[in-house]
Design a protein around this ligand. Structure first.
Ligand code: PLP
Length: 380
């Protein structure tokens, strides 16, 4: 079977061997229930508590502010629905942006069926929300601002500190979806000024199906699940000790490797960009030229179709498309639509995202493959 280079780390990441090692005991001898008072409960209980500290270190918060969840989607659902339920008496207005992940947009759409009104802020040409637009959208009945930390498609880093400042000034709860940024760039809850922060394990070399929600002390939301009171009564259900231990380890590794990893990813990402620029086709970068996740390269090939490019390179490279062409038109991603990328560019949009395991040889193989593909497609 072909073994394509994996350049889709924003979709999901493989496990780091140390993460697998950290999880193994809880699949084997340390299988006990963390709530058990007998000896079999001790090691799993300690593991959950240790992982909570590790997540807290990554987010620069207190361990008791971390709730384990099943991932980014659950964390976002809980944060947004929880605020809507808690502050419903104060107001019914949420501010978000047009470029959020569906795990935020669909939650807002759901709440609209219950009487919530949502403002979807536009973005500038770099795919960034303007803090002044956030301030201008605030109404007396605004109860939540939810703006992502970094966009999953373009990697554009949003001005969350400034937005957090606006939220603080008006006394409004600020939630940020940091599923893509955690482990790639600094995620400090205080610097961001956020009271709620979502993270997802499988974007940072931990398993799928685990994540966390940071919930600032003093902000009390209704329980996610009702049951036997785990997670300090905030999310009942026997803890997923195996995955929680993996998430904790992944956070520890992300902290230790932060600087080296950022520069490694950025070097490889920029090498890929340069190589593709030299392929002799018209390309443009989508996303902020500087304030962007160090691993993300979203580019449009003018006049070409993303799916055709992906088909051509598929045996060499795994990446994702930003638009799909059909007989009756082009389905552009909502992010490219919000950025007002012209169709002739948008339809040829590919997101490449490098990661910890990417090598220079991988990047060079991807460049060669893209070169062959676009040369071939331009001839047709
Ligand atoms: C920005 C963002 N938020 C939320 C999610 C959803 O996370 P999960 O897959 O853990 O539910 C993703 C995953 O693609 C994402 O990129």
């Amino acid at each position: 079977m072909a073994n394509p280079v994996y350049l889709d780390y924003n979709a999901t990441t493989p496990l780091i061997p140390e993460v697998t090692d950290a999880m193994r005991p809880f699949m084997e001898e340390a299988f006990g229930n963390p709530s058990s008072s007998h000896l079999h409960g001790v090691i799993p209980r300690r593991a959950v508590s240790n992982a909570r500290e590790q997540v807290a270190s990554l987010l620069h918060c207190h361990a008791d502010e971390v709730v384990f969840t099943s991932g980014g989607t659950e964390s976002n659902n809980h944060a947004i629905i929880g605020v809507a339920r808690t502050f419903g008496g104060k107001g019914n207005h949420i501010i978000t942006s047009a470029i959020e992940h569906p795990a935020v947009l669909s939650v807002c759409a759901f709440l609209e069926t219950e009487g919530i009104e949502t403002t979807y802020l536009p973005v500038d040409g770099n795919g960034c929300v303007r803090p002044a637009d956030v301030a201008a959208a605030i109404r007396p009945e605004t109860i939540l601002i939810t703006i992502m930390h970094a966009n999953n498609e373009t990697g554009s880093i949003q001005p969350v500190s400034e937005i957090g400042e606006v939220a603080r000034h008006y006394g409004i709860v600020f939630h940020t979806d940091a599923a893509q940024s955690a482990g790639k760039i600094e995620t400090n809850v205080d610097t961001m000024g956020a009271s709620l922060v979502s993270i997802a394990g499988h974007k940072m070399y931990a398993p799928k199906g685990v994540g966390a929600l940071y919930l600032r002390r003093g902000l009390s939301l209704p329980p996610f699940f009702h049951g036997a009171g785990q997670e300090s009564g905030r999310r009942a259900g026997t803890e997923n000790v195996i995955h929680i231990a993996g998430l904790g380890k992944a956070c520890e590794i992300a902290i230790n490797d932060a600087e080296a990893l950022q520069s490694q990813m950025q070097t490889l990402r920029d090498r890929l960009h340069e190589g593709i620029k030299n392929c002799g086709v018209n390309i443009c970068l989508n996303g902020h030229p500087k304030d962007r996740l160090p691993n993300t390269l979203n580019i449009s090939f003018r006049g070409l179709e993303a799916n055709r490019i992906l088909e051509e390179i598929g045996l060499d490279v795994s990446a994702s498309a930003g638009a799909a062409c059909h007989s009756d038109g082009v389905d552009m991603s909502h992010v490219l639509v919000a950025m007002q990328v012209a169709e002739v560019w948008a339809k040829g949009t590919i997101r490449f995202s490098v990661g910890r395991m990417t090598t220079e040889a991988d990047v060079d193989r991807a460049i060669a493959s893209v070169f062959n593909a676009v040369t071939q497609l331009c001839r047709l």
